[in-house]
Design a protein around this ligand. Structure first.
Ligand code: PBG
Length: 324
């Protein structure tokens, strides 16, 4: 036997020497769920360890994140039911939760990168990412609103806007709208390959943005389709996106891998709510070890080619990395 693969695995030093993938706090993007008001913390039952919080409370979490070396957050609003309507008008309210929060977070922590979600689902009464009319999600009408939403986020200080709606042509239109208003330094991180996955359930519970009826299959990608996902990746690159998201991550590592080869833009993996909940639930039962499975799941995304990862484990993973 000439070839013995185990030679390179025989002790920790040699294993470390040939290690191909590493993960650091620089790779982590922390999602936060905001609610209006003061001094309120609400559990998200399907996501143990994750809470909806008012801005004052989230500022404390952001401080802990920064202390652990996290550089980026992505913020999501849980909007009061009373403020929702079919057009999602609250998305364009400059006094709304998101503009107000961006400004306050930037004031408290000028260097943290703030990423905002651009889509209508937290704001419209149907729970859809776009405007619903006679059973159809209107593409172009939605894109017009998203352009205005993105500009408001940029105006209040967002560093990166992240359209998650999957309407056609929105990246180019948002780029144009941002540039027209002078926001040429605001980057676009597009949810380029976003699948119509069943793993978003806990997130919709967190934002109280459950669909009133129907599904998102007329705009999100069929989970069975790989080539279509790569097509969307290439399209968003051509339209002027700066970073590209593949979402969910763990069931879609093939898409992350090819995306990172087909495009030279940074690929961001989104480990979504259901992925987090599955690991948490199994760990709570003692079936798997939380820390090592968390680490392995995130490392697998890096191995597949992701440059960064949006993950509800951000704080936990950052503390693990700080202790070892
Ligand atoms: C909505 C949006 C969703 C997520 C991020 N932005 C849900 C959806 O498309 O229904 C999902 C995130 C998660 O599950 O963690 N525009």
């Amino acid at each position: 036997m000439f070839i013995r693969g185990r030679r390179l695995r025989q002790n920790e030093n040699i294993r470390n020497l040939v290690e191909e993938t590493s993960i650091s706090v620089n790779d982590l993007i922390m999602p936060i769920f905001l609610i209006d008001g003061k001094n309120k913390v609400e559990k998200v039952p399907s996501m143990p360890g994750i809470h909806r919080k008012t801005l004052d409370k989230q500022l404390e979490d952001i401080k802990s994140a920064i202390d652990l070396g996290i550089n980026a957050i992505i913020i999501f609003p849980a909007v009061d039911e009373k403020l929702k309507d079919p057009l999602g008008k609250e998305a364009l309210n400059k006094k709304g939760l998101i503009p107000k929060s961006i400004r306050a977070i930037k004031k408290a922590f000028p260097r943290i990168l703030i990423i905002t979600d651009v889509a209508l689902d937290p704001y419209n009464s149907d729970g859809h990412d776009g405007v619903l009319k006679d059973g159809e999600i209107l593409n172009d009408k939605t894109v017009e609103i998203l352009c205005r939403q993105a500009c408001i986020h940029a105006e209040f200080g967002a560093d990166i806007v992240a359209p998650s709606d999957m309407m056609d042509g929105r990246v180019a239109k948002i780029r144009e709208a941002l540039d027209r208003k002078g926001f040429h330094n605001t980057a676009i991180m597009s949810y380029a390959a976003k699948f119509a996955s069943s793993l978003y359930g806990p997130f919709r519970e967190a934002l109280k943005s459950e669909l009133k009826n129907g599904d998102k299959k007329s705009y999100q990608i069929n989970p069975k389709n790989y080539r279509e996902a790569i097509k969307e990746i290439l399209l968003d690159e051509a339209e002027g996106a700066d970073l590209l998201i593949v979402k969910p991550a763990s069931f879609y590592l093939d898409v992350i891998k090819t995306s990172s080869e087909a495009s030279m833009l940074p690929i961001v993996a989104y480990q979504v709510s259901g992925e987090y909940s599955m690991i948490k639930a199994a760990a709570d039962k003692g079936y798997i070890n939380n820390d090592s499975v968390m680490r392995e799941s995130l490392e697998s995304m890096k191995r597949a080619g992701a440059s960064a990862i949006i993950t509800y484990f951000a704080l936990e993973m950052a503390s693990l990395l700080n202790n070892k």
